[in-house]
Design a protein around this ligand. Structure first.
Ligand SMILES: Cc1cc2nc3c(=O)[nH]c(=O)nc-3n(C[C@H](O)[C@H](O)[C@H](O)COP(=O)(O)O)c2cc1C
Length: 174
């Protein structure tokens, strides 16, 4: 099996981490992987904010999600934003296009993290506290929060998710 497919099949959300730090080089690899995702008109609408080994800030951010029990023990959090200066009220569908591009960027990050032996979890539940996240991260109001990604070395305590068989999801093949 080629290495991309192997990463796709073996990656799982990781919600329990060892205290080991994530290196700056590895974080840069994740961000570069995200940056090379495809995007509508190559607009690259993603922006990133990294919180690494900053226990105080990670604790504050974790208090903004129901998942605080494990998020507070994560060595690194990466917030992903959509730069709203690329939006246009006359073309609301652009939001959909940009958010799809950001989904691709996030998936690139998750797969490269897996390849590096790192675990990640895509945290969407925190979006309800977008304003507070922006404030803690000291980023502009022009940035729409899309997700926070936890990153760290897996402690091995996670349960592996399953999938429906692909045959249940193919709705037509003509
Ligand atoms: C848009 C999105 C939002 C998510 N939000 C959360 C979240 O807030 N908390 C969490 O624990 N997992 C979250 N996840 C992870 C999913 O629960 C997980 O991907 C799914 O259960 C499949 O498991 P797997 O990633 O291990 O294959 C999110 C995933 C996506 C794509």
């Amino acid at each position: 099996m080629n290495s991309v497919m192997s990463c796709i099949l073996n990656r799982r959300s990781i919600r329990a981490y060892t205290p080991e730090e994530v290196s700056k080089d590895d974080i840069m690899l994740l961000l570069n992987a995200a940056n090379w995702a495809p995007s509508g008109n190559n607009m690259q609408p993603w922006r990133f904010s990294v919180v690494n080994n900053n226990r105080e800030l990670i604790k504050k951010l974790s208090s903004l999600t129901v998942y605080h029990n494990w998020v507070e023990n994560t060595p690194c959090l990466i917030a992903v934003f959509l730069d709203s200066k690329y939006l246009d009220d006359k073309f609301p569908s652009i939001y959909l296009k940009h958010s799809q591009s950001i989904g691709a960027a996030i998936q690139n990050m998750l797969l490269v993290a897996h390849d590096l032996g790192l675990g990640t979890c895509w945290i969407g539940e925190i979006l309800k506290n977008e304003d507070k996240v922006r404030e803690l991260l000291e980023v502009s109001e022009d940035l729409d929060l899309m997700a926070v990604i936890s990153v760290g070395y897996p402690s091995g305590k996670d349960v592996k998710s399953k999938r429906k068989d692909i045959s249940e999801n193919i709705v037509s093949w003509l």
